[in-house]
Structures are given as structure tokens and as C-alpha cells.
Design a protein around this ligand. Structure first.
Ligand SMILES: NC(=O)c1ccc[n+]([C@@H]2O[C@H](COP(=O)([O-])OP(=O)(O)OC[C@H]3O[C@@H](n4cnc5c(N)ncnc54)[C@H](O)[C@@H]3O)[C@@H](O)[C@H]2O)c1
Length: 364
């Protein structure tokens, strides 16, 4: 198939694009390049002469000839959504709908939307299946819920959107993110010897490895239309629905010499949900998700070791999405809607142009 992946230069895209290519598909990318230069061990394949492209501006003329669009592009972070709710709505909702509408006009038959289990929000203690009500507790979660509803209105005989509600991702990528829980706790343990929880560790978190996300997308891409048309799937596996303190214990066990600590006065976290992955398993019996959190922690620890991850990397904008966005904003390289102000390559996160800014990060 000819596939266009939006957001191919991000954390998941850097793993998914080679994964889809290895399966024999012809894959192109489209990305505005917010994280160029924010690389662990070499970064994704070189971008070549491709220009950065904002998905809010894409037209149907650019999408002719594709069999499918995989939409990963987004502001993918709860704290980012709080920093600038309008920008999160503009990219995640308007941008997604613009690409989908353009794809439909161009005759692209499939649209795989990277949705998120965070649209269940404060779902309570029961594991939620796809037909559960959505209770997003952040602007990010709201945009995913609204985008699904609007995409569904575009579904017809010639256009099949599918909503892949990914659990929180983990795993090594050349476009690493340290602002997601497993990657974050493993990095803190390796650079400080502490596995430090800012919440009381009780919240439930469904998790999934980025290669398994790629595996699920590939399966949907190759499945008969009637199986995936206008359907939502939770993407993850039951073994990886864990409490944050379980993750912390796995990290402590995997990183020699590290100790677990809970911040004084730590309380619960609003985001607390268990997810049921039965529909994914039942619909695609041949899909075998292969990773466990424990295996992922070992993979991450080995990648950090190879890279020589230090506290300085950890404190920089390199691997923390919110800090990188704040850099770009304060240098005037993007406007308040996060539109690029130049087609020239952005400076890397360590460039002298950038001053250090405080940031409000996600705490686990
Ligand atoms: N990482 C997770 O834990 C997770 C969990 C559930 C769902 N998801 C979803 O998966 C997708 C990918 O997540 P990720 O972790 O790789 O995020 P990421 O931030 O690493 O990558 C997103 C990519 O989108 C690009 N982008 C942003 N705005 C754009 C725009 N207007 N036009 C074109 N490109 C733009 C960025 O430059 C970046 O390369 C997102 O839709 C996210 O919401 C991620």
C-alpha cells in the first residue's frame, strides 16, 4: 500500500515508519518538524530535502495516490494542552480534520487515527471497553474524543476512519520522549539512583510498547475494510495495565542500586483508568503484541546506557516535549498556535539561541 504518515518525525513515527516499510509498504511522511535534532542515538532516517509541512495546511492535491493516511501528528502531551489549550485544539482537532477531509476528497480510502485511552479520563475502577462513555480530564483528551466524533461523520462507502486508542506508550525510539511514565522513571533511576514518585503510585495506567502500537496499526492497515470501518480499538494488552507504583518497582528492580521514593504529601492523580483490550484481541486473533513493561524497561536502560544519558540531557529540552515547545515559542520560531515561522531547519535543543525556561511537567 502507499501510506502517508503524518507526525512521522516524532517518538512513535520514528519506529512505526521503518516497521511499515519492513512489512513491504511504501511510506511517506509529513511533519512540521518541531523536534528536529531532539535525537537519541542518531535520530530517525534523514529527512532529505523534504520541507516541513503543517497538517493544518494540507490540501487534497497533496494526497492523491495514497491508499491510507496514518495520522500521528499531534501535540501529544497533557501539560502542553494546559500550557496552550487553543494550540492543542488547533493542531489535534482542526489539523486532524483538515487532513482527513483532504484525504477523503483525494480518494484515500483509509484513515488510521492515533487516538488515546486518555479520552476515558477519570473512568473509575472498572476496565473500560470501546463503548464506554468518554470522560476526558485534559484538553488533550478532549481533542482526541472530539476528533473521533467528527471523523466518524466523514465515514462512508469510500472513506473508512479507524480510531486506535493507544495506551500510554513506552520504549526506545531515536526520537525519545522522557515525559511519559516508563521512559521517565527509568531515566530518573539511571541518572539519579532514585525512582521518585510524585503521586502516591495508586493510579492505574494502561501501557503499550511503541513497536506493538506499530504492529496494531499494520494489522488495521491490512485488515478487510468491513472489520475496521468506523471502528474504535483500545491498543494495548491486559498484562500491561498496571499501577504507577508497579512500574516504579519494575524500574527499581531493573536498575541496579536504585531506590524507590514517594514525594512528601503526594496524593492521587486524576488520570486513573483501567482499559479492556478484549476487542482488539477478538477482532485480530493473529495480532500478537510482544512487549511487557519489564522487557521495555530493560530495553530503555540499555539504550540510555549506549547513549550515555546524563542528568544534563534529562534537564534539557531534548527529550521533553513541553520544554522544546517553550524553547521554540520564546525564540519566536513558532507562533502561539505553534505554526512555524521559518522553513529553515530549527536549531537543535542545545543551541545557544535558546535560554532556559521553567516548565510545568507531568508528574507521576
Ligand atoms: N506517546 C504516547 O504515549 C501516546 C499515547 C496515546 C496516543 N498517542 C498519540 O500518538 C501520536 C504520536 O505520539 P508521539 O508520542 O509520537 O508524539 P510526538 O510529540 O513525539 O510526535 C508528534 C509529531 O507530530 C508533529 N506535529 C505536531 N504538530 C504538527 C502539525 N501541525 N503538522 C504536522 N506535524 C505536526 C511533531 O513535529 C512530531 O514530530 C499522537 O497523535 C499522540 O496523541 C501517543
Amino acid at each position: 500500500m502507499r501510506v502517508l504518515v503524518t507526525g512521522d518525525r516524532g517518538y512513535i513515527g520514528a519506529v512505526m515508519v521503518p516497521f511499515l516499510r519492513d512489512a513491504g509498504h511504501q511510506v511517506d511522511g509529513l511533519d512540521t518538524g518541531l523536534y528536529e535534532g531532539c535525537d537519541l542515538l542518531g535520530g530517525p532516517d534523514p529527512i532529505g530535502s523534504r520541507k516541513p509541512r503543517d497538517m493544518r495546511d494540507v490540501t487534497s492535491a497533496e494526497l492523491g495516490g495514497y491508499d491510507a493516511v496514518v495520522c500521528l501528528a499531534a501535540l501529544s502531551n497533557d501539560p502542553l494542552g494546559h500550557l496552550n489549550k487553543e494550540a492543542t485544539y488547533s493542531v489535534n482537532l482542526e489539523g486532524t480534520l483538515n487532513v482527513a477531509q483532504a484525504a477523503k476528497e483525494a480518494g484515500v480510502e483509509r484513515f488510521l487515527f492515533a487516538s488515546s485511552c486518555s479520552l476515558y479520563g477519570a473512568a473509575g475502577s472498572e476496565a473500560v471497553a470501546e463503548d464506554a462513555e468518554m470522560f476526558p480530564v485534559t484538553p488533550y483528551g478532549e481533542t482526541k474524543a472530539l476528533a473521533e466524533k467528527e471523523l466518524s461523520k466523514l465515514a462512508d462507502d469510500n472513506f473508512s476512519p479507524t480510531y486506535l486508542r493507544n495506551a500510554t506508550a513506552y520504549g526506545a525510539s531515536t526520537r525519545l520522549r522522557l515525559d511519559i511514565v516508563v521512559n521517565n522513571l527509568t531515566a530518573i533511576a539511571m541518572t539519579s539512583g532514585q525512582v521518585r514518585l510524585e503521586s502516591d503510585g495508586t493510579p492505574w495506567r494502561p501501557l503499550v510498547h511503541i513497536e506493538d502500537i506499530s504492529r496494531a496499526f499494520l494489522t488495521v492497515l491490512e485488515s478487510p475494510r468491513e472489520v475496521i470501518h468506523d471502528e474504535a480499538f483500545n491498543v494495548g494488552r491486559s498484562e500491561d495495565v498496571v499501577q504507577v507504583r508497579d512500574i516504579a518497582e519494575m524500574v527499581r528492580d531493573a536498575v541496579p542500586g536504585s531506590a524507590l521514593s514517594i514525594a512528601d504529601g503526594a496524593g492521587p492523580d486524576l488520570r486513573n483508568y483501567k482499559v479492556d483490550f478484549g476487542k482488539l484481541e477478538d477482532t485480530f486473533p493473529d495480532l500478537r503484541l510482544q512487549w511487557t513493561v519489564r522487557k521495555g524497561v530493560d530495553e530503555l536502560a540499555a539504550a540510555y546506557q549506549r547513549h550515555g544519558l546524563t542528568q544534563a540531557d534529562f534537564d534539557s529540552a531534548q527529550f521533553v516535549r513541553l520544554r522544546r515547545i517553550q524553547q521554540l515559542l520564546s525564540a519566536g520560531l513558532v507562533d502561539d498556535q505553534l505554526r512555524r515561522q521559518t522553513d529553515d531547519q530549527f536549531p537543535g535543543p542545545g543551541d545557544a539561541l535558546f535560554v532556559t525556561t521553567d516548565s510545568v511537567e507531568e508528574k507521576h
